[in-house]
Write a protein of this length. Structure first.
Lengths: 281, 363
C-alpha cells in the first residue's frame, strides 16, 4: 500500500535526478563560459567573478575578422539552402504523392534507397566533380545539391513531405481540377498552403543539419573570409597554444544558441516532425 | 504525341496567371523534346517506308499513356530530384567505383591499376585494420546503449504524466545540440585531465586521469557523447508507446500477466517496427561518425579513436590519395550494406507487424 503511494513520487525523483544529470554539462557550460581560466576546473556552475570579456575577446579572437562575419556567412548560406530546399522538395514530394507517371514505383523505391545511402561514400567523387567545376571555396557545393532535393537531409525532407501530402484529402485536388486548375495550380494553391506545418518542420531540420554539417564545410570552404561558424571555432581551437578555454567555451556556447532558440519557439513542430517520421534531431 | 501533351501542359499553365514565369522553361523543354521526336520520326520513316502502318501505333499510344494521370507533369515535378539523383548520387557512385581501381590523385593523370588498392588495403594496411576495429567497437557499443537508454527512459516517461514536458525537453536538448562542433569542444574540456569529470569523481574517491588522452578510455568518452544524445530516439519511442492501445495491457492483466510478461509480449512486439527503423538508421549513422572523433581526439591517442570516416578523410584530403580512399569508401559501403542486410534478415524473427484486421502476425 505504502509502496504504491510512493511510486509516482519515486518516479518523479528518478526523472528529476536523471534530467539534471543530462543537462548538467550544459548548465556548467553556461557558467564556464564566464569563468576565468584558473577557475575552469571547478564543477560549480556559477563563476566567482563573471568574466564577460570571454565573450568580447572570443568574438574578436581571429585576427582580421570577427564572429559577426562568420555568423553572416553561415546565416547567408542557411537562407540560400533553406529556400532552395523548400522549392525543390515540395515540388518533388507533390509529384510523388499526387501524380501518376510511368516508372513512379521504381523511382520511389530508388528514393527510399537513397534515404539510407551513406553520404561519405560519395564525398570523393562529389569533391572531384565540384573541383572540376571550380566550385571549391564557394557555397555552390551546398546550394546546388539542395536545389536538386539533395544535400544535408534532402531525401528525408522529400519523404517527410510525401507522407504529409498523402495524408491530405484527395477530394481537394479533384475539385480544384474540375474548376480548371492545372497541376501546378493544385500544387501552389491547394497543397502548399495545407502543407505549411510540414514545411516548417523541414525548415527547422534543414537549418540544424546544415549548421552542423562540419565535414562539408571543412571540405569545400578554405578561405577564412568565407568560413562558417563551425570552421571558425575549429580554427581558434587549433591556433591557440595556451588555450583560452573560457573564450573557446563562450564562442561554442553562442554557436548552439540558434538551435536552442528555434527549439524554444517551435517546439511543437519538432516533436511532430520527429514523432511522425522518425527523423532524428 | 509528346507535343500534344506539352500543348496540354501549356494550356493548363495559362489557366493560372501567376505561372507565366515558367512558360518559357516549358517551351524550351518542349522544343528540345519535339525536335528529338521529329528526328526520331524521320529515321523510322526512312527504315520503314510503309506510311499507313506508322499511324497505327500513334492511335494506341495515347491510350497507353492515359493509364497515368500526369505522365509528363509527373516527371516535371520530380525532375529536381531526378537530376540530382543522376548527377550527384548515381554518377558519383560509379565514378568512385572507377576511381577505386585507379591511382587517382589530384596532382597527376590517373592510371588504371586494377585491384591493387584493394589488395593493399586488405593485406598491408594496419591503419585500415585499426580503423575497422575502432568503428565496429563504436557501432556495437553506442547504438545498443543509445537504444536501451531511449527505451527505458521513454517507458518511465510514458507513466509519469505530470511534468512530462519538462523532462522531455531536458532529455531531448542534448540531442539537439550534440552533433555540433561546440559540444565536441565542451566534451574535450570536461574529460580533460583538469576537467570537471575528474573533479567530480574525485569527490567519490576515484582517481582521475586524462580520459581523452589515454588510449583505453578515449573511445569511451566519444561513445558517452553519442549516448548522451539519446533524446531524439526517446521521443520517437515515446510516440510509439502512446500508440499502443491500453486495452491490450488491461486484457493481459485480467489474464494474469505481470509487468515483465507485458513488456516482452506487448510492449516489445508493438514497438519493434520503430525499434527496427531506429536500429538501421542508428547503425548507418554510427558507421559514418566523424565530427567528434575529428575535433575531440583527432583519431588519437595511439589510433584509439581512429574511426573509419576519419581514415577515409585523411587518405583523401590530407594525402590526396583519392583512388585509394575511393576503395576505402566502397569497402565502407559494402560493410554498411552487409550490416543492414543482416539486420533485415533477423528482423523477421523479432519485428512484428500488425495486419489490417488488428490481429497481429509474425512476418
Amino acid at each position: 500500500m505504502t509502496l504504491r503511494k510512493w511510486k509516482p513520487a519515486l518516479r518523479h525523483l528518478f526523472m528529476i535526478l536523471f534530467s539534471l544529470i543530462m543537462v548538467y554539462p550544459v548548465l556548467w557550460w553556461v557558467g564556464a563560459s564566464l569563468k576565468h581560466s584558473t577557475e575552469l576546473g571547478s564543477p560549480g556552475i556559477f563563476p566567482s567573478v563573471p568574466q564577460w570579456s570571454n565573450y568580447v575577446k572570443g568574438w574578436n579572437s581571429i585576427p582580421g575578422h570577427t564572429f559577426t562575419d562568420f555568423y553572416l556567412n553561415t546565416f547567408g548560406l542557411e537562407i540560400a539552402v533553406i529556400a532552395t530546399t523548400l522549392i525543390s522538395c515540395t515540388l518533388v514530394a507533390f509529384g510523388f504523392a499526387r501524380l501518376d507517371f510511368p516508372l513512379k514505383g521504381f523511382w520511389f523505391s530508388i528514393l527510399m534507397l537513397t534515404l539510407m545511402m551513406p553520404g561519405q561514400v560519395l564525398i570523393i567523387p562529389q569533391y572531384t566533380l565540384f573541383h572540376q567545376l571550380g566550385w571549391v571555396n564557394t557555397y555552390l557545393p551546398f546550394i546546388i545539391p539542395h536545389m536538386l532535393a539533395g544535400g544535408a537531409g534532402g531525401t528525408f525532407f522529400v519523404f517527410l513531405l510525401i507522407q504529409f501530402i498523402r495524408g491530405l484529402p484527395k477530394e481537394l485536388d479533384e475539385s480544384a481540377k474540375i474548376d480548371g486548375c492545372s497541376w501546378f495550380g493544385i500544387y501552389w494553391r491547394v497543397i502548399i498552403p495545407l502543407t505549411l506545418p510540414a514545411i516548417i518542420t523541414v525548415m527547422i531540420f534543414c537549418f540544424l543539419w546544415n549548421w552542423d554539417d562540419f565535414l562539408g564545410h571543412l571540405l569545400y570552404i578554405n578561405s577564412v573570409e568565407k568560413y562558417t561558424v563551425g570552421l571558425a571555432l575549429r580554427m581558434i581551437n587549433d591556433s591557440q597554444s595556451a588555450q583560452e578555454w573560457g573564450q573557446l567555451l563562450a564562442m561554442s556556447l553562442v554557436s548552439v544558441l540558434p538551435a536552442t532558440f528555434i527549439f524554444m519557439f517551435l517546439q511543437k513542430y519538432f516533436v511532430e516532425g520527429i514523432a511522425t517520421t522518425g527523423i532524428k534531431g | 504525341m509528346i507535343a500534344l501533351f506539352f500543348r496540354y501542359i501549356l494550356k493548363e499553365i495559362e489557366h493560372c496567371p501567376h505561372l507565366a514565369g515558367i512558360v518559357p522553361a516549358v517551351y524550351l523543354i518542349y522544343t528540345i523534346l519535339t525536335h528529338e521526336v521529329t528526328v526520331m520520326n524521320r529515321t523510322t520513316a526512312a527504315t520503314i517506308p510503309a506510311a499507313p502502318e506508322t499511324k497505327k501505333p500513334k492511335k494506341t499510344k495515347p491510350s497507353f499513356l492515359s493509364r497515368w494521370n500526369a505522365p509528363l507533369a509527373g516527371y516535371l515535378f520530380i525532375s529536381p530530384w531526378l537530376i540530382g539523383f543522376l548527377t550527384l548520387t548515381a554518377y558519383p557512385l560509379f565514378l568512385s567505383l572507377y576511381y577505386s581501381f585507379t591511382d587517382y590523385t589530384l596532382m597527376k593523370p590517373m592510371e588504371w591499376i586494377g585491384t591493387r588498392n584493394y589488395e593493399r588495403i586488405f593485406t598491408s594496411d594496419p591503419k585500415f585494420v585499426d580503423s575497422v576495429k575502432v568503428t565496429f567497437t563504436y557501432v556495437l557499443a553506442s547504438v545498443p546503449l543509445k537504444l536501451i537508454a531511449a527505451l527505458l527512459v521513454a517507458m518511465v516517461l510514458n507513466k509519469a504524466i505530470k511534468g512530462i514536458g519538462v523532462y522531455r525537453t531536458a532529455i531531448y536538448f542534448p540531442s539537439l545540440i550534440g552533433g555540433s562542433i561546440g559540444v565536441s569542444l565542451l566534451w574535450r574540456n570536461i574529460f580533460g585531465v583538469d576537467g570537471i569529470f575528474n573533479k567530480i569523481i574525485g569527490v567519490f574517491g576515484f582517481e582521475g586521469k586524462g580520459w581523452i588522452t589515454s588510449p583505453d578510455t578515449a573511445l569511451g568518452t566519444l561513445i558517452l557523447l553519442t549516448v548522451w544524445q539519446f533524446g531524439s530516439t526517446m521521443v520517437i519511442f515515446l510516440a510509439g508507446l502512446k500508440q499502443i492501445p491500453n486495452d491490450l495491457y488491461e486484457a493481459s492483466a485480467v489474464d494474469g500477466a505481470n509487468k515483465v510478461t507485458q513488456f516482452f509480449k506487448i510492449t516489445m512486439p508493438m514497438l519493434s517496427p520503430i525499434l527496427y527503423f531506429n536500429l538501421i538508421m542508428g547503425v548507418i549513422g554510427a558507421f559514418q561518425m566523424f565530427t567528434s572523433a575529428f575535433v575531440i581526439t583527432n583519431g588519437g591517442p595511439m589510433n584509439a579513436t581512429y574511426v573509419y570516416a576519419l581514415y577515409l578523410y585523411e587518405r583523401a584530403f590530407s594525402r590526396y590519395e583519392l583512388g585509394y580512399a575511393s576503395a576505402l569508401a566502397w569497402i565502407m559501403l559494402v560493410m554498411i550494406v552487409l550490416a543492414t542486410i543482416l539486420i533485415f534478415y533477423t528482423s523477421k524473427y523479432w519485428v512484428f507487424y500488425e495486419t489490417e484486421t488488428g490481429k497481429g502476425k509474425r512476418k
